[in-house]
Design a protein around this ligand. Sequence first.
Ligand SMILES: [Zn+2]
Length: 401
Amino acid sequence: MSDPIVNVDSTPDPVDTHRVCFDCCVAPLLKQVVVREGQPATCSLCGASNAPCVDTGNHEFLLAIKALIRYHFGEWEYHSKLGDGSIEELFFRDPNPFLKINPQQSAIDREDIVMSCVYDIVNRAPQISIITAFGRDIYNYAPMTPVASAGSAILFEARKALKERNHFLVEAEYIDQLRPIVPYITETLRAGTRWHRARQGIKKRSASITHAGAPLDYAYQPHDKVDIGAPPIVIASAGRANRPGVSYLYLASDLATAAAEIRPHPGELVSVGNFELVRDLRVADIRAHDLTKLWRSDGELELLELIATIEDVFSTAAPPSNRSTYTVTQFLAEILRQLGFDGIVFRSTVGDGYNLVIFDPSAADWVEGSSKVIDVKRVTYETVDRPLFDPMAHYDFTFEH
Ligand SMILES: [Zn+2]
């Protein structure tokens, strides 16, 4: 461990340490440390007196700062041998996930506070590493990527393996790697909870002639019961969680999400209705990974990254032109099923709500009288501009489409 990246000659004298209050901490993880460890003192950032404050040399505080660095930043952003940035510079970004910037405070005073813990961030709390390697050794390792960017190597490898070997062989290999995340994603959905489901089209429509030439006022009969339920196995096509020939029941948290999930076109009629859980379900909830639950070591951050990656693949839209992305979600769903879950809850890519997929469709019953027919008036799209190719620029990679 030669050639440390921070130019600090020795551990700062303890009298140089500072204190920060609950309000000056940004991330919930740091606020929790203040709640647990705080002692009445004067905050070095905002000057609040007699406020619960945590010392910047506190072990829990340092560990939380390291977890936040790993969560939010790539190593190239703060390791001076890999880029222009430094750890102290991260604290001056506005906003940053660590400490609020007090506009009344001079940059020099802030720097004093930040510098009081930078040495400790690098050298203490070894449970979390933020530097891959020092000196020339750095060229032998891939820099650390932010946990939040959801790039778990486990899924990267699995994706590759699924292109080369039968899915059941790969599943058998990965089930043990996914097992440790089970306690962190387990949720129970209670019997009686109602969910929404939609199906394109209706059963029939009728109208009577009231006046000669007058437009007809139709009455619609929606698809309901088994007609709107999980498809019969013989016609079940591939879905986000199921392979062809496997019939899962896909439900949504609200009507609009259920309707959006079947991608209707404007002008199309859609049948909607409710299903009710007939028993408690143990589901894998992959809607929101939580840094405040998994942060105390490299191992825990790795699990968090895996959960974030699973969340990311489930909530990435799969356009009809590229349904091969389903391979990984189907693989994950199968492993989660084998790990004892009854279903999966995940964010919708097309609606504001979330989805529930149930592996055994008989776990939910149709709710009598919940039928409705809706007419799709408009479909809205959210777009982002991508940078344009510059014919004068040099690029390391080019992929023809
Ligand atoms: Zn403060």
